[in-house]
Design a protein around this ligand. Structure first.
Ligand SMILES: NC(=O)c1ccc[n+]([C@@H]2O[C@H](COP(=O)([O-])OP(=O)(O)OC[C@H]3O[C@@H](n4cnc5c(N)ncnc54)[C@H](OP(=O)(O)O)[C@@H]3O)[C@@H](O)[C@H]2O)c1
Length: 416
């Protein structure tokens, strides 16, 4: 088998999708020799021993981790200099996985800041990396109008719907701007690009994440289990004032309609694998050549999931019994949402030396993630027809992503 010279550059290498792209490349996906080198770029510092990335088979691809590159603080010129100084073989970068996103309170500012970051990065690479072949970036179901109460389109959501997004709403969302930036920057160049569009992304990050529902619910369920005398830390130390119960019920943190709403979650691993697959299949997956913009919905399974199906399985991993709404008697009692619960009890993490759990949870998104059970009360499942037509056929069980992430959170000291 021939060894390729491909060099992957992953922006946002410690984020929800970026971490997984690096993980899959180092695991030898799609083949051990598909890439010679992976450079993972992060903004916040990352301790290599905490990444949980595997040793690549036979030492290929090589990994280079470059931390401390804050894209917000750069112009194209200053970023070019930094990339040139810090990335070995920048001139041989062939595939770029751009998984950076900064959430901000003000939508207009958020669009502008994220536009500038991708623009300086791609403009710098247009100068520094003449062998560039492909760029992948993420969109999301926000781009189908799910932030409008009740949703915007009737599911299954298909890629062509993004063209009919109400104008006022479209202006609050950065994905159309990303498409424009990539179309302009690739014009007349030999590289092309695609966008991947997930709903809820389920995966591990070593450093916390802005909108990781898996981490949010994992911290909630682990503290809830602990407070009810269940879990790996409940044997050793003195317990809180609770009796150990054999059947501890944890109601879904939300309302009936959200419990029943159809959705299509996706493992970060599945997004990573498709992103790599797409980057290696530019004819089928790239934009241009009459194909227009290439946007691909992505999910683990064509058949939609519901929280009704998922919640009991997630709770069971923590030794709990996950149910829908609280019993009629308990419905009258005020309920603490996961974010409030985590805040109230996070000292328990510190008590067990899990400082990282207390400091590296979800950041910007805690409130938004709490509203998943109250606001996402409508069906929003994605059509996977275009994904399947691209030749990508993987269909993992959606529950696996959650339990694999929970295991990694535990190994990484982010939950009890
Ligand atoms: N989370 C979901 O369930 C979900 C669902 C649908 C779509 N999406 C989309 O997927 C994308 C990523 O999602 P996320 O926000 O949940 O991921 P995330 O895990 O918070 O990752 C964001 C990444 O961006 C990097 N980043 C942020 N500011 C940066 C800066 N100034 N300079 C350089 N890098 C910077 C972060 O690096 P550091 O950590 O090093 O700062 C991190 O690696 C977004 O476009 C989001 O809209 C997410």
């Amino acid at each position: 088998m021939t060894h390729s010279a491909n060099h992957a550059l992953v922006f946002g290498g410690s984020g929800l999708i970026g971490w997984s792209v690096v993980d899959q490349l180092l695991s030898g996906y799609p083949e051990k020799n598909s890439f010679a080198k992976v450079t993972a770029i992060t903004n916040r510092p990352v301790n290599p021993s905490e990444t949980q990335w595997p040793e690549p088979p036979g030492g290929r691809p090589e990994l280079h981790l470059v931390s401390g590159i804050d894209l917000r603080s750069h112009t194209q010129n200053s970023l070019s200099q930094v990339l040139k100084d810090s990335i070995q073989d920048i001139e041989n970068v062939t595939h770029v996985f751009y998984f950076v996103f900064t959430s901000m309170a003000d939508d207009t500012e958020e669009v502008e800041v994220n536009r500038k970051m991708i623009e300086v990065a791609i403009d710098a690479l247009n100068v520094l990396s003449p062998n560039l072949q492909f760029v992948v970036f993420p969109g999301g179901t926000r781009g189908y109008g799910i932030y409008i109460p009740g949703g915007t389109f009737r599911p299954p959501l298909t890629e062509n719907m993004v063209d009919n997004l109400p104008q006022d709403y479209a202006r609050t969302c950065v994905y159309p701007v990303f498409r424009q930036v990539l179309s302009n920057a690739s014009s007349g160049k030999k590289w092309t690009w695609c966008e991947v569009c997930p709903d809820t992304i389920v995966g591990f990050t070593p450093n916390g994440s802005q909108f990781s529902l898996a981490l949010h619910w994992a911290q909630y369920l682990s503290l809830y289990a602990y407070n009810h005398g269940i879990g790996p830390h409940t044997g050793g130390l003195e317990q809180p004032d609770h009796k150990i119960k054999t059947q501890v019920v944890v109601p879904f943190p939300g309302v009936e309609a959200a419990w029943k709403a159809k959705n299509t979650p996706v493992a970060a691993k599945t997004i990573a694998r498709f992103s790599i697959y797409a980057s290696l299949h530019p004819k089928e997956c790239g934009s241009g050549n009459g194909r227009g913009q290439q946007l691909f919905n992505i999910a683990d399974r064509e058949r939609p999931s519901t929280c009704e199906e998922l919640w009991p399985k997630l709770a069971a991993w923590f030794g709990l019994v996950g149910v829908g709404l609280p019993s009629p008697a308990d419905q009258m009692a005020p309920r603490e949402l996961p974010g409030e619960y985590i805040e109230k009890y996070q000292d328990v993490f510190k008590q067990y030396g899990l400082d990282k759990a207390a400091t590296s949870g979800v950041s910007a998104g805690r409130k938004q993630l709490d509203s998943v059970g109250t606001w996402l009360t409508f069906d929003r499942h994605l059509s996977l027809d275009k994904l399947r037509a691209s030749g990508f056929a993987e269909e993992p069980d959606p529950t696996d992503a959650w339990t694999e992430a929970f295991q990694k959170f535990r190994e990484g000291g982010m939950i009890l």
